[in-house]
Design a protein around this ligand. Structure first.
Ligand SMILES: Nc1nc2c(ncn2[C@@H]2O[C@H](COP(=O)(O)OP(=O)(O)OP(=O)(O)O)[C@@H](O)[C@H]2O)c(=O)[nH]1
Ligand SMILES: [Mg+2]
Length: 293
C-alpha cells in the first residue's frame, strides 16, 4: 500500500518554513535568509522514501498584504492551503505569542476544514527546555486536541517523528511524481532564486524587496557549461546605482557568489551574465506581476 499527498508549510515570515523544507528533503531547494519575506512563490519539494511520497509546499510567510506583490504572495499561500492534505503550522518558538496564534488560527480555520493539521514549534534549539515545555502546555490548553511537535531544522530534533506523523496522516494513493523527481519548478527558477538570495544577503532595507530576478537565457553550450543570462530588475535609478556599486564592484560580487552557488546546485559549470534594469514600481504593477509570477 502506497501513501502520497500534499503537505503545506504555513507560518509567519521568518518562522523557518524554507529551512525545515530543506531539512526534510536533505537538499537546499528553497532559499533561506535571516530576512522576513524571503519566499515569494509556492515551491514544491518532493520526498519519496519507502512506500510514501510527500509533496511539500513551501509558501510565502502569512501577512496582511500592503502592495500588489504581497497580494500575489497571499494568493500563492491560499492556493497551497487548498491543495494540502496536511497543513503544518510553523510557529517560531522564540517569538511565540498566543494572541497571534489565536488570530492566525481563526483566519485559516476555514482552509483547514477536515484536513490534518499539525502545529510545530520551530527553532526549538534556541529555547531552554523549561520554557519550551511551558509554551507547549499553554498552546495545548488553548487548542485542545492538537499536539504540538517541537522541532529544530538545525539539530534535526524530532524531524523523524514529524515525518512519521505526516505519513500516518497521508491518504493512500499511488505516487504522483517519478521517484527521482525533486520539484515541479524548472531549474531556471532556482537559478533566479539563488541570485535573489545573494542580493538579499548583500543589501539592506528596501533594496532586497525591490528586486526581481529574471533568467532570460539558459542554454547548454559546448564544453558542458551552461550559459545563463539574467536580469536584475529594480524599481528606481537610485537602486540600480547601488546594485552596480562603484566601478561595478557590487554587481561583480553578486555574480561571483551566485555563480559558485548555482554551480553547486546544478552540479555543472556555468557562465553567468548579469544586467540591471529598471521597471518603475514593478511590485505594484499588475501586468508585470501577471507575466512574471
Ligand atoms: N537556530 C535555528 N535557526 C533556524 C531554524 N530554522 C530556521 N532558522 C533561521 O531562521 C531564519 C529564517 O528561516 P527561513 O527558513 O528563511 O524562514 P521562512 O519561514 O522560510 O521565511 P519567509 O520565506 O521569509 O517567510 C534563518 O536565518 C534560518 O537560518 C532552526 O531550527 N534553528
Ligand atoms: Mg521561506
Amino acid at each position: 500500500m502506497k501513501k502520497c499527498g500534499y503537505v503545506t508549510l504555513f507560518g509567519k515570515p521568518n518562522s523557518g518554513k524554507s529551512t525545515l523544507l530543506n531539512r526534510l528533503l536533505n537538499y537546499n531547494l528553497s532559499i533561506v535568509t535571516r530576512k522576513v519575506q524571503t519566499t515569494r512563490n509556492k515551491i514544491s519539494g518532493v520526498l519519496t522514501e519507502n512506500n510514501y511520497q510527500i509533496i511539500f509546499l513551501d509558501t510565502p510567510g502569512f501577512l496582511a498584504p500592503k502592495y500588489e506583490l504581497q497580494k500575489f504572495m497571499l494568493k500563492e499561500l491560499n492556493s497551497s492551503l487548498e491543495d494540502a492534505d496536511v497543513i503544518l503550522n510553523l510557529i517560531d518558538a522564540t517569538a511565540f505569542d498566543m494572541n497571534v496564534q489565536i488570530d492566525i488560527f481563526s483566519k485559516i480555520r476555514k482552509s483547514i476544514g477536515t484536513k490534518a493539521y499539525i502545529p510545530l514549534f520551530t527553532k526549538s534549539d534556541l529555547l531552554e527546555e523549561e520554557k519550551l515545555k511551558n509554551f507547549i502546555s499553554l498552546y495545548e490548553k488553548e487548542f485542545p486536541g492538537f499536539e504540538i511537535i517541537p522541532v529544530s531544522a538545525l539539530t534535526g530534533k524530532n524531524i523523524d517523528l514529524l515525518k512519521n506523523t505526516i505519513v500516518e496522516k497521508l491518504p493512500e494513493s499511488e505516487f504522483l511524481f517519478d521517484e527521482e523527481h525533486l520539484t515541479d519548478k524548472p531549474e531556471k527558477f532556482f537559478v533566479s532564486e539563488i541570485i535573489r538570495k545573494n542580493i538579499l544577503e548583500q543589501f539592506r532595507e528596501e533594496i532586497p524587496y525591490s528586486v526581481f530576478v529574471n533568467v532570460i537565457e539558459y542554454k547548454e553550450r559546448e564544453k558542458g557549461k551552461i550559459y545563463i543570462h539574467a536580469e536584475i530588475i529594480v524599481e528606481r535609478e537610485s537602486q540600480k546605482i547601488i546594485i552596480i556599486g562603484r566601478k561595478g564592484a557590487s554587481l561583480k560580487k553578486i555574480g561571483e557568489s551566485s555563480r559558485m552557488e548555482i554551480e553547486k546546485f546544478l552540479g555543472k559549470g556555468i557562465f553567468l551574465k548579469l544586467f540591471v534594469k529598471i521597471r518603475k514600481d514593478w511590485r505594484n504593477n499588475p501586468t508585470f506581476l501577471k507575466s512574471n509570477f
